[in-house]
Design a protein around this ligand. Structure first.
Ligand SMILES: *[C@@H]1O[C@H](CO)[C@@H](O)[C@H](O)[C@H]1NC(C)=O
Ligand SMILES: *[C@@H]1O[C@H](CO)[C@@H](O)[C@H](O)[C@H]1NC(C)=O
Length: 320
C-alpha cells in the first residue's frame, strides 16, 4: 500500500468516526498521529553542524552502507557509502535484503568501535508493514532482552518478528568479535527506517548480554515508534537511543500515540537540511519536534534525506 493510501485510510477512519467540521477534524488527525496529551514540550536546543558531524554523521554513514549489496559490503567496495568510511574491517553479515533484512558487523578501526548496522526498507514497505500488522503490540522478547522482563514493555509485533530472525547471529558475532579483540570496549548500533527500529531492539539485547564495561551507543535515522510507554521508559533507563528525524517525514509519527505507542527520549530533529538547522528535543514525543508536525505536510521524500552533510539513505549512492 502506498503511504499516501495508509494516511488516507486513517484519515477516512477518523472522519467516519467523528464526522466533525473541518477545523476540529484536523485537530483530531493531529492528535491521532502526532501530538496528544502525553507529549512533552520542553524547549529545544540547537545542535551545530560541527556537533552533528562529530556525533551523528559516522553512524549515519554506517547505516547508509547497509543498503548496498551484501557482496560489496563484505568486500567493503560499495562505492561512496564505503569510501566515505575509511578504516573499516568487515567482520560478519546476515539476512538477505528480502524477508530477513540485511545487517553487517564491522570493526571501525578509526574509532576502535564495533559497529552493528541494520538495513532499512523503502518507506512504502515500511508503512505497509505498520499498516498490515494493524499496529499490534506484543510482549517484548524477554528471553533475549532480559533487562526488560517484568516491566510491561510491549513492542511492535512485526518489528519484533523481524528482529528475532537475525538476533542470535548478531549476538554471537558481537561476542566473538569482542572476545577476539579485548581492546574494543565500544559498540555502535545503527540503522535507518525499519533498520532503526531493529537497531533499538538489537542494542537492548546487547545491553542485556554484554559485560557492563562495554559501552553501547544507539544512533538511528527515520525511526518509527517501536513500542509502548513501558518500552520507551525501559529504553531511556537501560539502552538510550539517539534518533534523528528529518522535517516532515511521516514514519516517525507512526504508529500513532492513540494506539498506545510512544517514542523514547533522544530525538534530534532537522528542521532545514540546507542551513542545516538541527535541534535536540528533550523528553519523549516532544511537541516542538516531529511529533508536533501536521500530517497534512507529510513528505515521504524527507524519510530518505538529505539529513545533513549529504546523508541520504537508500541504495542510490551504492556502486551495486
Ligand atoms: C560537516 O561535514 C560535511 C561533510 O563531510 C562537510 O562538508 C562540512 O564542512 C562539515 N561541517 C562542519 C562544520 O564540520
Ligand atoms: C580477530 O582478530 C584478528 C586480528 O586482529 C582479525 O584479523 C580477525 O578478523 C578478527 N576476527 C573477528 C571475528 O573479529
Amino acid at each position: 500500500m502506498r503511504p499516501s493510501s495508509l494516511l488516507l485510510a486513517a484519515t477516512l477512519t477518523i472522519h467516519g468516526t467523528y464526522a466533525r467540521p473541518l477545523p476540529s477534524l484536523l485537530g483530531d488527525i493531529e492528535n491521532f498521529f502526532g501530538s496528544g496529551d502525553d507529549e512533552s514540550s520542553g524547549s529545544t536546543t540547537p545542535v551545530s553542524l560541527a556537533t552533528a558531524n562529530a556525533t551523528l554523521l559516522r553512524a549515519g554513514q554506517f547505516a547508509r552502507a547497509a543498503y548496498c549489496s551484501p557482496e560489496s559490503v563484505t568486500a567493503w567496495n560499495c562505492g561512496l557509502p564505503c569510501t566515505q568510511l575509511a578504516g573499516v574491517q568487515f567482520l560478519q553479515s546476515g539476512g538477505n535484503q528480502g524477508t530477513v533484512p540485511f545487517y553487517y558487523i564491522a570493526h571501525d578501526t578509526v574509532e576502535n568501535t564495533l559497529v552493528v548496522s541494520h538495513e532499512g526498507t523503502d518507506p512504502d514497505n515500511l508503512l505497509s508493514l505498520l499498516n498490515d500488522a494493524e499496529f499490534a503490540l506484543t510482549d517484548v522478547d524477554a528471553q533475549r532482552i532480559t533487562l526488560a522482563a517484568g516491566q510491561g514493555a510491549q513492542v511492535h509485533d512485526g518489528f519484533q518478528d523481524t528482529f528475532q530472525r537475525t538476533a542470535d547471529g548478531i549476538l554471537s558475532g558481537v561476542q566473538a568479535a569482542l572476545g577476539n579483540d579485548s581492546s574494543i570496549s565500544q559498540v555502535l548500533v545503527t540503522g535507518h527506517s525499519l533498520g532503526a527500529a531493529l537497531a533499538t531492539m538489537t542494542a537492548a539485547m546487547l545491553r542485556s548480554n554484554l559485560p557492563s564495561n562495554i559501552d553501547i551507543t544507539t544512533t538511528t535515522f527515520g525511526l518509527p515508534r517501536g513500542g509502548n510507554q513501558a518500552w520507551a521508559d525501559f529504553l531511556d533507563s537501560q539502552s538510550p537511543v539517539t534518533f534523528v528525524t528529518n522535517q516532515n517525514d511521516p514514519v516517525p509519527i507512526v504508529p500513532p500515540l492513540a494506539f498506545g505507542y510512544k517514542h523514547s527520549s533522544g530525538e534530534v530533529h532537522i528542521t532545514d537540511p540546507t542551513t542545516p538547522a538541527i535541534v535536540s528535543c528533550p523528553g519523549q514525543d516532544n511537541s516542538n519536534c516531529i511529533t508536533g508536525n501536521s500530517l497534512l505536510d507529510a513528505s515521504v521524500a524527507n524519510h530518505l534525506g538529505p539529513y545533513f552533510s549529504d546523508l541520504t539513505f537508500g541504495s542510490g549512492q551504492c556502486s551495486s
